[in-house]
Design a protein around this ligand. Structure first.
Ligand SMILES: Cc1ncc(COP(=O)(O)O)c(C=O)c1O
Length: 348
């Protein structure tokens, strides 16, 4: 059977296995000292004061909103073209999600559309740096509401030299298997310069031996997961260099094919490498790539307005219909990179 190059894969090895095994054999596997170290190291990486590790990125979003006091009667601005985790998180607080279209011809949310949709009830904005590319931080700040930077796809990206995630009230991370780093399958974190916000999330993530009058969760990460996450965080700089190198090779190979959207290679986290193909052509190219041994994916399931009764989101619709993501991850070997390049050139 022909080998298919997977669209995404975690990059895990002996060091992660050794860390997991050390914790397993220690007898301390639930939340403990590894979590405390992981939180401190992640906060240091982002140059922020503190962090709260939680079970998933979705929970990190929910608890950030809770900690900011978002609830019934409020609105939260979120990108239409993004992961449905945002919609679920906002709805769970009782607030109403308000969808923002994409920038003209781009993937990230258009802050002029956000400004038009901001009302007196707007309590926060979740800004996603989609595919590892910096969204309009200045535009989001100008809205004058608390900013949650969703860096689930952008850990290690920068804006004007400063880490993405350090511009808002809270930075949300996901450590799902194929994200920038993983804690071994699932995981999440909120990092912030506001110690009080982090303390509140630490309080809300566990219920044991506390009054049940405040709704709390069991949303903790474990020491076993944190030990894996700490090794991954230590490797993040090398992951970023490898991702940037692969992206640069693709840029070079696909120049002139009219499938690229402009981005800043110096600041991107290079989470995804997304081709823009004229509507109608995208699915045929994906099928051809698969026949050539390369798995390519539509990177966003569908714009959120499809699940919220419709509306006019022409740029998000266009991004969705034109985008095709090809393999880009640190463990993609040079020979597989060459195969991806040859397959894309042939499929186009
Ligand atoms: C932008 C974004 N935000 C949030 C999430 C949710 O993270 P998790 O899957 O860890 O719950 C994801 C996951 O895919 C994501 O891509």
């Amino acid at each position: 059977m022909k080998k298919i190059i997977p669209h995404s894969r975690p990059t895990l090895g002996r060091a992660e296995a050794a860390a997991a095994s050390r914790v397993l054999l220690s007898g301390q596997v639930a939340q403990g000292p590894e979590i405390a170290s992981f939180e401190r190291e992640a906060a240091d990486f982002l140059g922020l004061r503190a962090a709260a590790a939680v079970s998933t990125g979705t929970t990190a979003l929910e608890l950030s909103l809770d900690a900011l006091g978002v609830g019934a009667g409020h609105e939260v601005l979120i990108p239409d073209y993004s992961c449905s985790a945002l919609l679920h998180a906002v709805r769970r607080t009782g607030a109403e999600p308000v969808l923002v279209d994409c920038e003209d011809g781009g993937d990230n949310a258009d802050m002029r559309d956000a400004a038009r949709k901001r009302t007196r009830r707007t309590k926060a904005i979740i800004l996603v740096h989609l595919f590892g590319e910096t969204a309009d931080i200045a535009g989001a700040r100008a809205l004058g509401v608390p900013l949650i930077e969703d860096c689930a796809q952008a850990l290690g990206g920068r804006f004007h030299g400063k880490p993405l995630g350090s511009f808002g009230e809270a930075c949300v991370l996901s450590f799902y298997a194929t994200k920038m780093i993983t804690t071994g399958g699932e995981g999440g974190m909120v990092v912030s310069s506001h110690q009080g916000l982090v303390e509140r999330i630490r309080d809300l993530r566990e219920y044991d031996e506390k009054p049940a009058s405040t709704p709390r969760r069991n949303a903790k990460l474990t020491d076993l997961q944190a030990a894996v996450g700490r090794v991954q965080l230590g490797r993040l700089d090398s992951f970023l260099r490898l991702r940037a190198k692969i992206a640069a090779a693709y840029d070079e190979a696909f120049r002139g094919l009219d499938v690229l959207i402009p981005r800043d290679p110096e600041e991107s986290a290079h989470f995804r490498y997304v081709l823009r193909l004229n509507a109608g052509r995208r699915d045929a190219v994906a099928r051809r790539l698969l026949r050539l041994g390369v798995s390519a994916r539509v990177p966003i399931f569908r714009p959120l307005h499809h699940d919220m009764g419709g509306g006019r989101f022409p740029q998000a619709e266009r991004a969705w219909k034109e985008s095709l993501s090809i393999p880009l991850y640190p463990s993609l070997s040079p020979s597989d990179q060459a195969k991806v390049i040859a397959a894309v050139r042939s499929a186009l």
